[in-house]
Design a protein around this ligand. Structure first.
Ligand code: PMP
Length: 407
């Protein structure tokens, strides 16, 4: 196959032609959100120009176009995740809404006082807060898989946490704060062996590696479209079909019912049961276009290229005196969290912004793992396939210049 040409791919993303402070934009904030290829932008515009309608298929021509495009997008998500059926794909606002949906429906229905939920120390707040709230409400015990000093899951410690009271293990496949890739398949197998259900937070993984739900075998998996080169406000919850159909609705109203009387309400089966009201039709279709784009590049090619770029950046970053890399797992994706001794993270972030380099500084909505690593905040460049070695060089050069000014 043709070599992966990030310089060429970059041209598909109009925003990457922006300048910031007179410098070409270097977008290194991909873990927060990704940029959108022209094909995604065009697809959303096409929807509003040619297809816009609510999705009640039989009513008229545009309703049929909108319904078909929306359901085609669901099919694309299904294929992308290798789910067994489109009935396993629920459109939600994003990873956060997907996790809240599971906590408020499955969790509320099935968990009782004394039951235990396991999360990992690596989790984003989105995969902590809904479980902590549920635990407080129902008297559940929330247990935490510890990590080693490199930010890697300690499987032996995890094994000790599992017991007959464990009902759910909820964990991230890639840490947004450190970039750690967790041994997802093993974590799922161990949870199932203990009789627990599993939710995988795929927010940071689906854009970097092949995520196959039939191979990984979680009961639930969530991700956000905006981190996968698609629009904001749309994402997906994957759930095993039987499980979804046993769950009570999350929100209720139109679209999710089969029949309503004042005496009794019959719900649709999944996924419609969880899609009350008018959904984010245009952006679901936009997400479908993003999946097409990623699929055309090939997720394995993407992962391979990004891995090389991450190694290149890591090597150069470590050569700068005073850099402390936070998160040094053997298996990492995309993220380089660090502190620069003698400089506040804000100062580093501003110096980079001056040169057009966008990075996130802060706690990255993952305070427990940063505290475990002994810091409150980091500077966090995060890479995507449209980043080039030249982008990395600009970033590294700026850090060297920053040090020169000081000394
Ligand atoms: N989980 C992880 C690992 C994340 O990185 C994020 C976003 N930073 C989320 C969940 C939440 O995603 P969203 O804000 O799109 O719902």
């Amino acid at each position: 196959s043709a070599p992966f040409d990030a310089n060429l791919i970059k041209k598909d993303f109009p925003i990457l032609r922006e300048t910031v402070n007179g410098k070409p934009l270097v977008w290194f904030d991909n873990a927060a959100t990704t940029q959108k290829p022209q094909s995604v932008i065009d697809r959303i515009a096409y929807f509003y120009e040619h297809e816009n309608s609510n999705i009640h298929r039989a009513a008229h021509e545009l309703a049929a176009r909108a319904s078909d495009a929306y359901e085609a997008a669901r099919e694309k998500v299904k294929t992308f995740l290798n789910a067994s059926s489109v009935n396993e794909i629920v459109f939600v606002r994003g990873a956060t809404e997907g996790i809240n949906l599971v906590a408020c429906t499955w969790g509320d229905q099935n968990l009782n006082s004394g039951d235990e939920i396991i999360v990992s120390n690596l989790e984003h707040h989105a995969n902590i807060v809904p479980w902590k709230r549920l635990a407080d409400k129902k008297g559940l015990k929330l247990r935490v898989i510890p990590v080693d000093d490199d930010g890697q899951i300690l499987l032996d410690e995890y094994a000790k946490l599992l017991n007959s009271k464990t009902r759910l293990v909820a964990f991230t496949q890639v840490s947004n704060a450190l970039g750690t890739v967790t041994p997802a398949k093993q974590i799922v197998e161990m949870a199932h062996a203990a009789g627990a259900k599993v939710l995988i937070d795929g927010a940071q993984s689906v854009s970097h590696m092949k995520v196959d739900v039939q191979n990984l075998n979680p009961d639930f998996l969530v991700f956000s479209g905006h981190k996968l080169f698609g629009p904001t406000g749309i994402g997906a919850l994957y759930g095993k079909e039987d499980l979804l159909n046993e769950m009570q609705p999350y929100q209720s109203g139109g679209n999710m019912i089969q029949d309503v009387t004042f005496e009794e309400i019959k719900y649709h089966k999944a996924p419609n049961r969880f899609e009350a009201g008018t959904g984010n039709i245009a952006d679901a279709i936009g997400l479908g276009a993003a999946i097409d784009y990623v699929t055309k590049l090939g997720i394995e090619n993407i992962g391979q290229y990004e891995h090389q770029l991450l190694e290149y950046a890591t090597k150069l970053l470590k050569e700068i005196p005073g850099v402390r890399l936070i998160g040094t797992a053997a298996n990492k994706a995309s993220v380089l969290s660090f502190n620069l001794q003698g400089y506040s993270n804000d100062h580093v972030g501003q110096a980079l912004n001056k040169e057009g380099v966008a990075v996130r500084t802060g706690h990255h909505c993952a305070q427990p793992i940063l505290r475990r690593m002994g810091v409150e905040t980091t500077v966090r460049p995060s890479l995507a396939f449209y980043n080039t070695t030249q982008d990395v060089d600009t970033f590294i050069q700026t850090l060297w210049e920053l040090k020169k000014v000081r000394f």
